[in-house]
Design a protein around this ligand. Structure first.
Ligand SMILES: [Zn+2]
Length: 431
């Protein structure tokens, strides 16, 4: 009997014990579940589901240990989220910042922006938008782009497409207001494709264009830059002697009264004298030509003012002033008075110097010695002189190379690269 009692007691106890074990185990398991812990940390069911997909086990543990920050989900879903800053985001959210603030604070691009001159925290969203747009290549560009766009857009004739043109003009005319810049570019937009366009001459271009409606814009720019929007010799200015080897002497710019350059004999290389640097360059050129099998000699280099006066008068007496002006320079306006010019081998059209190997060699090599051909074919309307294949002018190697390669007249080169009013400090655009 006793035995049986014992047996039935065990029959009851064992399942109870087992049940207790199962329940306790289940409870312990339930309580240990991450979901439960996240729930107890303050996240709702939907948030917990997302957390499990976004964060590693380690990160989930960190979320359980900290006060609930549901914004961390927004942060992690942003395309600007940086995994390595998880702990920083969490800490900063805990100290009261919002999702976009913490994203910005660790975004390397925003950090660069904030260190950029002109940065304005109020415009941060616009800077970020510009980056998204793909128009921003670097922080400085973006900051400037947004800041300037805001300024330009206050002008009534603002056009977003012209932003680059506004900026180009602003670089040349830094004192202009944004309204003035927008207005100027609006008026000059026809000329956007003209390489040698000079902003300061816009009104002159427009005046010349109005009088010459058949000219192309390129012709208008060439004409005004060279000064031929007014007749030769009508507005003579004293040339700017501070330009050194780059002075311009032509039918608008004359040498100062009584000017005489330093001179050196070209003895052994032909007639006369040149300015010493030009003379040395000429001798080098003659020697190089000799090695290449061409024979160059100075026929007519420096001419004194009195000789030029005599020579011009000789032409006038013989052929009249109109003809004289095409072939000879009025005193003070001749390059030969500078000591930087030289007629090589001949000075008459009839000898057709342009058909000689000497001319072909000069066309290829004269710049190497700092010389340019001064009166090109078909440029009489710009230079005021007929084609003179024999007349060369010393300007130094650097400029000679550019002029010969660009194939433009010295008048046009001087206007754009040496004496460009858009670049008062340097005289011309930086390359
Ligand atoms: Zn000459």
């Amino acid at each position: 009997m006793e035995e049986e009692k014992k047996k039935s007691k065990a029959k009851i106890i064992i399942p109870i014990v087992l049940a207790v074990i199962v329940i306790a185990g289940g409870a312990a398991w339930y309580l240990s579940r991450v979901e439960t812990k996240l729930g107890r940390a303050g996240y709702d069911k939907a948030q917990i589901e997302i957390i499990k997909t976004l964060f590693s086990e380690e990160e989930q543990q960190a979320l359980i240990e900290a006060e609930a920050q549901p914004d961390i989900i927004t942060v992690a879903q942003s395309d600007r989220y940086q995994k390595e800053h998880f702990a920083d985001y969490l800490k900063d959210l805990g100290s009261g910042k919002n999702a976009s603030e913490v994203l910005n604070d660790y975004d390397p691009w925003v950090i660069t922006l904030r260190g950029t001159e002109g940065y304005n925290e109020e415009n941060l969203d616009l800077y970020l938008y510009s980056r998204k747009d793909g128009t921003a290549e670097d922080a400085a560009y973006t900051v400037n782009y947004v800041n300037m766009t805001l300024l330009y857009s206050k002008a009534s004739d603002y056009d977003a497409k012209l932003f680059e043109a506004y900026e180009k003009y602003r670089a040349k005319a830094p004192d202009k207001t944004p309204e003035e810049i927008v207005f100027h570019v609006g008026k000059s937009r026809d000329y956007l494709d003209e390489t040698y366009f000079i902003d300061a001459y816009l009104e002159k271009y427009e005046a010349y264009r109005a009088k010459n409606p058949d000219k192309t814009l390129e012709e208008v720019v060439r004409a005004v830059n060279s000064g031929i929007d007014k007749p030769f010799y009508t507005e003579m200015a004293e040339t700017d002697m501070s330009k050194g080897y780059l002075i311009i002497v032509n039918k608008y710019n004359k040498l100062p009264e009584g000017y005489t350059p330093k001179l050196e004999s070209l003895s052994g290389y032909g007639n006369g004298y040149m300015e010493p640097t030009a003379a040395a360059a000429f001798r080098k050129m003659v020697e190089a030509g000799r090695e290449a099998g061409v024979s160059l000699r100075s026929l007519s280099p420096y001419r004194s003012h009195s000789l030029q006066t005599w020579q011009y008068q000789f032409w006038v007496d013989a052929h009249g002033q109109e003809m004289a002006d095409r072939e000879s320079a009025r005193p003070g306006s001749s390059e030969h008075e500078t000591g930087l010019a030289v007629d090589i081998n001949t000075a008459v059209e009839e000898s057709h110097f342009e058909r000689t190997p000497e001319y072909a060699w000069l066309m290829e090599h004269c710049w190497e010695y700092g010389f340019i051909i001064r009166y090109r074919e078909e440029t009489e309307y710009i230079t005021g002189y007929v084609f003179e294949p024999w007349h060369y002018r010393y300007v130094g190697v650097e400029h000679a190379e550019k002029i010969m390669k660009l194939g433009i007249t010295y008048e046009e080169y001087y206007a754009y690269y040496i004496n460009n009013p858009d670049y008062p400090e340097t005289g011309g655009p930086a390359e």
